[in-house]
Design a protein around this ligand. Structure first.
Ligand SMILES: *[C@@H]1O[C@H](CO)[C@@H](O)[C@H](O)[C@H]1NC(C)=O
Length: 920
C-alpha cells in the first residue's frame, strides 16, 4: 500500500504540472497540535516570573530560575552578552525528564562573550555591555533591550512565553483522538497540569494516513518578540512571499519546516525547502534582529499594523506610535528557547552580527559565479558534448554543465549509468579542456538494493536513520524503496565524506562539483512528503527535534568530502534544504518554481530575504522548473537571473528543450547579450563574495540596507542593490514598454544619490519613482554615483579562460566629483588566498585624479592589466590624461563617448601603484 501511494505520487510528479501545489498535503497550524496549543496563549497569556533569590551574575552572563506560576514548574534562564551588540537568551527546564535538544552545528563556533555590568534598582535589573543594555523584569518576566538607550526589542512583551515541560503520560490515556474528558472519569489517572485541558493531539497525532506516536508527549516552546523601534519585519526564509513580512492575523502563521513542496504557489506563508529562523525589525532609526535557534517544526505569527501611508503620516506628525509595535511569535515543537537578540543599530550591522554567529559562504571559485546550464536531464555523453559545442557555435559563454538523477545507475549515487555515460572521465576532460565544469547530483536517499555497496555498508554498520523500534527506516523516493543515512552521526559523515575521494569515486575528477537535492529529506510516502517525526537519530534524538537540520548535516558531509578529495580546491555545492549556517557549505536555489511571471518576480523577493539571512549565494531556476516559458518570459528571466548571485538555467524532464540557441535569432541575441553582461560583471561579483567572506555584508541587498531612513524604500522588493554599487530593477512583467524604478532618498528633503544608467550613463539626480522606457534588450541597471565598478569586457567561452584578461574600471562620480570602489583578485580556484596570495585594492577618484590604494600587500602575480577607464559625471571633457607609475609619466588619449569619457590603455599592471590625472 505504501508503494502504491509512492507510485501515485511519482506519477503525479511527472505528469500533472498544470495543477499547482495541493495544500491539503501539508498541515495548517490548526492541524499541528503544538501550533494550535502555542497559539492559544495569544488569548490567555502566560504567567512566568523570576524566582527571587535565584539570580547569579558572572563576568559575561546572568542566570536565574523561572517559574510558571500556573503549574509551578521551574526553568533555568541564562542571559549572555556576546561581542557585537548581541545577547543570547536560553531557557530550559530545570530538571527535565530527559534532556531537551539543543541545536548543534548551526553556529560557526562558540560565540565570543563580553563583559557585563549589572545594576539593580527597584527590583529591576539592568545589564550593560558596550552600547547595549538589557533590562530584566522579574514578574511578569520580560526583558527590554536597548541600543544606545533606544528601546529596540522586548522579549516576552505580550506574555506569550509558553514552555511545555516533559511529563509522564497519564496512566490511562485515551488511545484515540476523541475524549480528553475520559481522563476526568478515571480517578487513578495522573492529572495533567491544571492549565491544560489535554489536547487530543498532545500524546499522539494523526495527519492523513500518517500516525505520529509522540513517545515523549507535548514539549512545545514559544516566545514573542516586539520591535518598538521598527515599522516593518522581514526575514525567516524560505517562503514564496514578499520581502516585508505580512500580518498573520486571520491567516496561518509563516511556517518553517523543510519540505519538498511540489509546484509551490507564490504569496504564501507555507513552508518550503529551507528554514532560517532569523527575523529583523526595521525602522528609520534602528534595525534589530532575533535569531531563534531551534531546528524543530516552527511557526511564526507576525503582528503588524499593515503599513499604510496615513498611519505612518500620523506617527510622523505626532511623533508617537498609534499602533502597537510590530511583533513576532515563534512557536516550535520541541527543543529549548535559544534566542540571539542582535541590536544593530543599522541594517548592515545586524546582517553582519548574524553572519558573525552563523558564518558566511566562503569565496567561491570564479566559475561558480558564471553561467550554469542544467536540465533534468542531459541524457548521455553526446548530449553533453553537443550542448557544450552549441554554446561555442553561437558564441555564448557557459561555464558548467549539470547532470540530474538520470546519469546514475538506477539512482544509486556514486555510480554512473554505463550505457549512457561509458567514459565519464573523457567527458569531464572534454569540458575541462574548454575551461568548463561539470556538476553532478547526489541525493541522500539510498536505494535499498543488496547489490549496492553503499546500501550494504549502511545496513551492516547501522548508518541509517532508525524507526522507533530500532529498524532501518524505509521510505520511498526516486530509487523506489530507500533509506536515509543519519548524517548526525559523525561516523556516518566521515564514511559519507570518504565516498567522494577519487580512490573511491573513480568516475569523476576533482573538478566535478556537487548538487545535493531532496535533502529536506523528501520521502514520497512520508507525512507531508518527508520523514516521520518519531524516527530516531544519533544520540537518541527524535527526528522531530532535528528535522530542519537534516540537509545541513548532509552538506556538511559533502563539504568535508570535497575537501578530503582535494584540499586545495574550494568546493562548490548546491543544496535545496538549508538551515541557519548552511551558507558556510553551499549555495541555494529557490527550488521547483514555475515558468510564469509571478515566479520570476518572486525570485528576487526570495533571494533578497535569503541574502539577509546569510544566503547571498542564491538564485532561481532560470526559465522556471515546471512548464514551458514563452520566448519573452525566458528572455526576461535571463535578464533577471544575471543579477542574482547563483545563475543557473534548469528545467523539468517533461519540459521542451530550451537551450538558448533553440529560439529564434532575436531571442538568441537578447539572451546572448544578457550572458555577456553577466560575464562582464564577474570581477564585481567576485570582489563582493570576497567581501562577504571578510565582513558578512550580503552581496545583494534590499534597498533599506543603505537607505534606512527612506520609508518608501522599506517594502521595495522588485529591485535590488549589488553591494552599494548597482541598483537593479529587471523587467519582470509581460509586454511592458516601461518600468517604474524607485531611486531612494538619502535625506528628508528627497535628495538622492546620483545613479548612472550602466548602458548610456544617463544620470538620475533625484529620489523618487521614475518611469523608465525599456526595449526587449533593456535591463534597467544603474551604477551609484560615488562608486567604481571593475569589469572585464572580452568575450570568452568560460570564466576561467578570462583569468588574465584586462580590466575596465567604471568610475561614476557623485555630487562632489568623487568615487571609490574595491577590486579583489587571486587565482580564482585554490585556498592560497588564505595565505595572502591575492590583490585587494581600493580605487579612488577625486580632483580629476584616479589612484589605487592596496589593502594589504599585493602578493598575487597576475598578468592582467587595466585596459580602459570609463568616467561618468565629469563637468568638462579633458584634453588628455597622464598616467604616472614609479615616477615615469605617460600621456594617454581621452575620448568622449556619449555621457562618459574613456581613457584608453592605461596599460598598468594590477599590482602596481599608479596615479592617473585628467588634463584640462
Ligand atoms: C571528447 O572529445 C573528443 C574530441 O572531440 C571526442 O571524439 C570524444 O567523443 C569526446 N568524448 C566524450 C566522452 O564526450
Amino acid at each position: 500500500m505504501r508503494f502504491t501511494l509512492g507510485i501515485c505520487l511519482i506519477i503525479g510528479a511527472l505528469f500533472s504540472y498544470a495543477a499547482g501545489v495541493d495544500p491539503n498535503n501539508f498541515k495548517t497550524c490548526e492541524q499541528s497540535s503544538f501550533c494550535k496549543r502555542s497559539r492559544k496563549v495569544q488569548s490567555t497569556g502566560s504567567k512566568y516570573a523570576i524566582i527571587p533569590g535565584t539570580l547569579n551574575s558572572y563576568a559575561d552572563s546572568l542566570t536565574a530560575d523561572l517559574v510558571n506560576k500556573d503549574n509551578h514548574h521551574q526553568f533555568t534562564f541564562k542571559l549572555e552578552a556576546l561581542m557585537g551588540n548581541t545577547f543570547r537568551l536560553q531557557i530550559d527546564e530545570k530538571n527535565p525528564l530527559r534532556p531537551r535538544y539543543r541545536v548543534e552545528h548551526a553556529l560557526k563556533g562558540k560565540p565570543a562573550t563580553t563583559q557585563i555590568r549589572v545594576q539593580e534598582s527597584q527590583g529591576v535589573l539592568s545589564i550593560t555591555a558596550g552600547n547595549s543594555k538589557a533590562v530584566i523584569h522579574g514578574d511578569p518576566f520580560h526583558i527590554e533591550f536597548y541600543e544606545d538607550d533606544v528601546h529596540v526589542v522586548t522579549v516576552n512583551a505580550k506574555n506569550w512565553l509558553y514552555f511545555e515541560h516533559l511529563r509522564q503520560k497519564a496512566a490511562v490515556q485515551t488511545e484515540g483522538a476523541e475524549g480528553a474528558e475520559a481522563q476526568d472519569a478515571n480517578p487513578d489517572a495522573i492529572q495533567p497540569p491544571a492549565e491544560t485541558h489535554e489536547d487530543p493531539g498532545a500524546w499522539e497525532e494523526n495527519f492523513k494516513s500518517h500516525h505520529d506516536s509522540k513517545p515523549y508527549g507535548p514539549e512545545a516552546v514559544a516566545l514573542d518578540f516586539a520591535f518598538p523601534a521598527a515599522e516593518v519585519l522581514f526575514g525567516i526564509p524560505e517562503h514564496a512571499d514578499s520581502f516585508v513580512l505580512k500580518s498573520t492575523s486571520g491567516t496561518d502563521p509563516y511556517r518553517l519546516y523543510n519540505l519538498d513542496v511540489f509546484e509551490y504557489v507564490v504569496d504564501s506563508k507555507m513552508a518550503l525547502y529551507g528554514s532560517v529562523p532569523v527575523l529583523y525589525g526595521h525602522g528609520s532609526q534602528r534595525t534589530a534582529g532575533v535569531y531563534w535557534q531551534n531546528a524543530a517544526e516552527t511557526w511564526v505569527d507576525i503582528h503588524t499594523a499593515e503599513t499604510n501611508v496615513v498611519s505612518s503620516l500620523v506617527n510622523f506628525v505626532s511623533g508617537t506610535r498609534k499602533t502597537p509595535p510590530p511583533s513576532a511569535h515563534f512557536m516550535s515543537e520541541s527543543g529549548i528557547v535559544d534566542a540571539f537578540i542582535m541590536l544593530g543599530p543599522k541594517p548592515i550591522d545586524v546582517f553582519k552580527q548574524y553572519a558573525g554567529l552563523t558564518g558566511t559562504h566562503e569565496l567561491p571559485q570564479l566559475f561558480a559565479l558564471a553561467y550554469h546550464q542544467s536540465r533534468w536531464n542531459y541524457n548521455d555523453e553526446r548530449d553533453v558534448a553537443t550542448v557544450s559545442a552549441k554554446f561555442d557555435e553561437f558564441n555564448m559563454p557557459m561555464d558548467t554543465m549539470w547532470l540530474d538523477i538520470e546519469y546514475t545507475d538506477g539512482k544509486r549515487y556514486f555510480t554512473w549509468d554505463k550505457f549512457k555515460f561509458p567514459d565519464s572521465l573523457a567527458m569531464v576532460k572534454n569540458l575541462t579542456d574548454l575551461g568548463r565544469h561539470l556538476v553532478v547530483i547526489i541525493d541522500p536517499h539510498i536505494k535499498r538494493d543488496n547489490a549496492y555497496f553503499f546500501h550494504n555498508d549502511c545496513t551492516e554498520q547501522g548508518y541509517y536513520i532508525k524507526t522507533r523500534d530500532g529498524n532501518d527506516y524505509e521510505g520511498w523516493c526516486w530509487p523506489g524503496s530507500a533509506s536515509y543515512p543519519d548524517f548526525f552521526n559523525p561516523v556516518v559523515r566521515e564514511y559519507y565524506a570518504s565516498q567522494y575521494e577519487l580512490s573511491k569515486f573513480k568516475t569523476v575528477t576533482a573538478d566535478v562539483m556537487l548538487w545535493n537535492d531532496m535533502n529536506e529529506p523528501s520521502v514520497f510516502n512520508g507525512p507531508e512528503v518527508t520523514a516521520p517525526k518519531d524516527l530516531v537519530h544519533f544520540g537518541n534524538w527524535e527526528h522531530r527535534d532535528v528535522h530542519n537540520l537534516y540537509g545541513h548535516m548532509h552538506i556538511m558531509g559533502t563539504f568535508a568530502g570535497l575537501l578530503k578529495r582535494d584540499p586545495n580546491q574550494r568546493p562548490f555545492i548546491l543544496t535545496r534544504s538549508h538551515f541557519a549556517g548552511s551558507q558556510r557549505y553551499a549555495a541555494i536555489w529557490t527550488g521547483d518554481n514555475l515558468a510564469d511571471w509571478a515566479h520570476l518576480q518572486h525570485s528576487i523577493k526570495m533571494c533578497l530575504t535569503e541574502a539577509v539571512a546569510g544566503f547571498s549565494f542564491c538564485g532561481a531556476d532560470v526559465g522556471g522548473f515546471f512548464g514551458n516559458p514563452e520566448a519573452e518570459l525566458l528572455e526576461r528571466w535571463y535578464q533577471t537571473g544575471i543579477f542574482l548571485p547563483f545563475f543557473r538555467a534548469h528545467a523539468h524532464i517533461d519540459t521542451k528543450r530550451r537551450e538558448p540557441w533553440l529560439f529564434p535569432e532575436r531571442t538568441r541575441q537578447i539572451i546572448r547579450s544578457a550572458l555577456l553582461k553577466r560575464y562582464s560583471y564577474l570581477p564585481l561579483w567576485y570582489t563582493s563574495f570576497y567581501e562577504l567572506e571578510k565582513t558578512g555584508a550580503p552581496v545583494i541587498r534590499p534597498m533599506l540596507t543603505h537607505y534606512p531612513h527612506d520609508k518608501e524604500a522599506f517594502g521595495i522588493d522588485s529591485q535590488l542593490l549589488v553591494q552599494q554599487r548597482l541598483l537593479v530593477r529587471p523587467v519582470m512583467q509581460q509586454g511592458v514598454s516601461k518600468v517604474d524604478v524607485y531611486f531612494p532618498a538619502i535625506d528628508d528633503k528627497k535628495n538622492g544619490d546620483y545613479w548612472y544608467d550602466v548602458d548610456t550613463f544617463e544620470r538620475q539626480e533625484r529620489a523618487g519613482y521614475v518611469s523608465v522606457p525599456v526595449t526587449e534588450y533593456k535591463i534597467p541597471v544603474w551604477q551609484r554615483g560615488g562608486s567604481i565598478v571593475p569589469k572585464k569586457e572580452r568575450l570568452r567561452r568560460s570564466a576561467p579562460l578570462m583569468l588574465h584578461d584586462p580590466y575596465t574600471l567604471i568610475v561614476c562620480l557623485d555630487r562632489h566629483g568623487k568615487a571609490d570602489g574595491t577590486l579583489y583578485l587571486d587565482d580564482e580556484k585554490s585556498y592560497k588566498y588564505r595565505d595572502g596570495e591575492h590583490i585587494y585594492v581600493n580605487y579612488e577618484f577625486e580632483q580629476n585624479q584616479l589612484r589605487n590604494n592596496f589593502i594589504g600587500k599585493p602578493k598575487y602575480k597576475s598578468n592582467a592589466w587595466i585596459e580602459r577607464v570609463v568616467i561618468a559625471g565629469l563637468q568638462l571633457v579633458p584634453k588628455s590624461a597622464t598616467i604616472t607609475v614609479n615616477g615615469v609619466s605617460q600621456q594617454l588619449e581621452v575620448e568622449q563617448q556619449g555621457n562618459a569619457v574613456i581613457v584608453r590603455k592605461p596599460g598598468v599592471k594590477m599590482d602596481v601603484d599608479f596615479a592617473l590625472k585628467l588634463n584640462y
